[in-house]
Write a protein that binds this ligand. Structure first.
Ligand SMILES: Nc1ncnc2c1ncn2[C@@H]1O[C@H](COP(=O)(O)OP(=O)(O)OP(=O)(O)O)[C@@H](O)[C@H]1O
Ligand SMILES: [Mg+2]
Length: 230
């Protein structure tokens, strides 16, 4: 059954990809296949949640794999906050293992939004050529190992429960046209006042000894004195 989210090919051969906002769009592909380049070409910088950037933000080095847990916690937090206000989340990570994909799928499920995976199906030789040309190379053994995982991922993905699996070949990645359809998920509204208003909100008048009968001051109470930092 065709859905709005389904990809379609126009007569011109142009690949039209329809996505819903909010949703979680998981890019899947080995190192140097062009995930970040593709994302930057087709999405706003703020729509892209990148595992490299999350690592850089938590530990100053996007290549430092020791802080995966912290980087993923940040990635997850960003996705949750964006989904809670009906924003699109394009996750730029390799997503090569079932647990990595499952975690993102469950996040989408938790917020009742579609979970989409975009398989960037680029030949191994292209990934190696891209890697050789870039400043931050990861090296042939890493790419070959990731490519094997990628082949397994391509076979497994369709049974993992994603609402849509979109396969883009190398030539599609440049020609693709992304259309985003806004279909908000109703969320309970929060009535939280901005912090500065909460801080200066008038308190009920206190009955102080010797102050009986005097009108309550029109002036809002002063904020509590700052605590010295330790
Ligand atoms: N279509 C393309 N044509 C030519 N060069 C490309 C193309 N796509 C990406 N590149 C180049 O290949 C290199 C790797 O691309 P990119 O960083 O987007 O890959 P990646 O999949 O995000 O890699 P990683 O998983 O390591 O983050 C970059 O130097 C980029 O400029
Ligand atoms: Mg990248």
């Amino acid at each position: 059954m065709a859905t709005e989210q389904e990809e379609a090919r126009e007569d011109s051969g142009q690949k039209i990809v329809r996505l819903i906002r909010p949703s979680v769009v998981v890019l899947c592909g080995p190192a140097a296949c062009g995930k970040s380049t593709f994302a930057a070409r087709h999405f706003r910088p703020t729509q892209i949640i990148s595992s490299d950037q999350a690592r850089a933000l938590v530990c100053d080095d996007e290549r430092d794999q020791r802080f995966q847990a912290q980087a993923f916690a940040l990635l997850r937090c960003l996705i949750e906050q964006r989904l809670s206000i009906n924003r699109l989340c394009v996750v730029d990570s390799t997503a090569l293992t079932p647990p990595a994909r499952q975690a993102l799928l469950e996040l989408a499920r938790g917020y009742h939004v579609p979970a989409v995976v975009m398989v960037l199906d680029v030949p191994l030789e292209t990934c190696l050529a891209h890697d050789a040309k870039r400043e931050r190379t990861v090296g042939q053994p890493v790419i070959e190992r990731q490519y094997q995982l990628f082949e397994q991922a391509k076979a497994a993905l369709k049974q993992e429960g994603f609402d849509q699996v979109i396969e883009l070949k190398k030539e599609d990645m440049e020609k693709a046209q992304i259309e985003i359809i806004f279909r908000p998920v109703p969320r309970p509204t929060t009535n939280a006042a901005p912090p500065e208003r909460r801080r200066y909100a008038p308190r009920p008048p206190r009955a102080a000894a010797g102050n009986k009968g005097s009108p309550p001051s029109a002036k809002p109470p002063s904020p509590p004195p700052e605590q010295p930092s330790s």
